[in-house]
Design a protein around this ligand. Sequence first.
Ligand SMILES: NC(=O)c1ccc[n+]([C@@H]2O[C@H](COP(=O)([O-])OP(=O)(O)OC[C@H]3O[C@@H](n4cnc5c(N)ncnc54)[C@H](OP(=O)(O)O)[C@@H]3O)[C@@H](O)[C@H]2O)c1
Length: 479
Amino acid sequence: MDPMSFILFGATGDLAKRKIYPALFNLYMDNKLPEAFSVIGVGRESLNKKEFQSTVIDSLYEFSRHSTDDKAKKLAFVQKLSYVNVDVTDEESFNELKAFVEGQEEGAGLGNNRIFYLSVSPALFDVITTNINKSGLGDTSGWKRVIIEKPFGHDLKSARALNSTVLRAFSEDEIYRIDHYLGKPMVQNLETLISANPVLQSIWSNQLIANVQITANETVGVGTRSSYYEHSGAIRDMVQNHMLQLVMMTAVRMSERQSVSELRDEKIKLMNAIEPTSPEDVIRAQYTRLTIQDETIVSGYTDESGVRSDSTTDTFVAARLQINTPTWQGVPFFIRTGKRLRSKETKIVVEFKDSLNLSQNASDAAPNLLVIHINPNDGVTLQLNSKHPLTGELEPIKVEFSASHRETPEAYEFLLADAIKGDPTFFTHWDEVELAWQWIQPILEQFDSNTIPLHYYQAGTNGPEEADKLLESYGYKWW
Ligand SMILES: NC(=O)c1ccc[n+]([C@@H]2O[C@H](COP(=O)([O-])OP(=O)(O)OC[C@H]3O[C@@H](n4cnc5c(N)ncnc54)[C@H](OP(=O)(O)O)[C@@H]3O)[C@@H](O)[C@H]2O)c1
C-alpha cells in the first residue's frame, strides 16, 4: 500500500470519534493500513497534539473493536496522529495547513499521496474543496482522493451545484461519496451471495420473484440531530441515498465478478430504469407521542427539542418502486424506513411467487422467502414450505445462517480500507446520486404541496396503517 497522509476535516466531531478513529485503529491492528501514514486532524477547537491524541484514545476505548490493551501498538498508532487548528472558512489558514502537511510528509517519508475526509457539516463541503484547490493543498505529485460524507446536496439543484464545486478540485474518480449502507457486511456480501450461487442466480428475476421488500427501521427518535433532521426528513436522510442503494444492490444481476465500472454501470442503468412514482405509491408519516394512562412514555416528533410544534417533517416513508427492465418488469420493490418504530431492523425480503403445482392448501401456504438480514444482525434466512409429518399440512420451515456470532468489521472499516486502496466500488458515483435526486425531486415537491398527505403513527408501533394498505393494494403484506 502507498504511504499517505489522511487529512480529516471535522476531527473533533461526533462521527470522527464514534466511527472514523475506531475504524482507522481497527484497520491498523489488522495490518490494513500502509506502513507509513499520518493522520492530520483539522478543527477550530484549540488543541495541542497531546490533547488531540488523548481525545482519540478515549474514543478508541469506547468504540474500537480491537482491545487497546496492547500499549506498544496503541502508542505506535497514536504517534501517527497530529492536529492543526484551522477555521475552514478562512482561506489564509489553508496555507498553514498545507505547510504542516508538507512538513509531515517530508519528516516521515510519506510521499505525496493525500486523502481528504470531509466529516463536517455539508454546508462546509463547498468552502473546503474550494480552499483545498486555491491553496494548492490538492496539488500532489502522487494521488489524491476526497471522501465526502452524506448528505450530498439538499435537492437536485443544490446537489448539482455542490458537484460542480467539488469537480473544480477533484476529478470524478478521485471523489469517494460515502453511503455507509454500502459498507455494511451483508450489503457487500450481496454480490457474492448471488454470483457465487447458481441457485440464486437462476431465480433472480421476475420469473420467480413476486416482490421485494426493503425495510430500514429504527427505534430511536431524532435525538440531538433535530436541526439537521427538520430540513431533511426520512426522504432525504434515508430514501434518496441508502434505500435507493439497497434497491440497486438487490436488483443488480451479476453472473460473475464484475469490474468496478461494470457494477456501477449496471447500477446506473437500473436507477435510470426506475419509473417515476405516482403520489398514491408514496406514504409519508410522522410519529406521535406514546402515552399510557395520560402519561407520556415516548415523546412525539413535535415534542422533541429543536422541532417546530407545527412541523410536517416526515419521520417515516414507504413507497412502491417499479424498475422498468426485462428482468424486473412486474416486480414491485417496496421500501419503508422510519424512526421510533417497534423494532430496529434493516433487511431485504425477497418473496417468491406461489407454486402453481401445490395440490393441497395452496392458498394457505406461506410464501417462500429469502431474507437478507443487514442490521442489527447479519445473516440469511430461507423460508420454505414443507409438509408437517403428522398432519400432512404445509408448514413453513426456516434455513438460517447468522453471522452475528462472528466479530464483523464495521461499515466504516470496509469503506476506509477501500478508499485507501483506491477501490471506489462501494462508493456512489455522481450519476447515481444525480439520478436518485431526479427520482426524489417530484416527491419532495408533492410533499411540499401536500399532494402526498402527512399521516401519523404512534411511537413504538410498526408505522402508519397506510403503509400496510399500500402493500394490500398490490395483494401483499409486509414481512
Ligand atoms: N454523526 C453521525 O452519526 C453521522 C452519520 C452519518 C453522516 N454524518 C455526517 O458526517 C458529517 C459530520 O457529522 P458530525 O455529526 O461529526 O458533526 P459534528 O459533531 O457537528 O462535528 C462537526 C465538525 O466540524 C468541525 N467544524 C465546524 N465548523 C468548522 C470550521 N469553520 N472550520 C473547521 N472545522 C469546523 C467541528 O470542529 P470544531 O467544533 O472544532 O470547529 C467538528 O469537528 C456531516 O456531514 C454529517 O451529515 C454524521
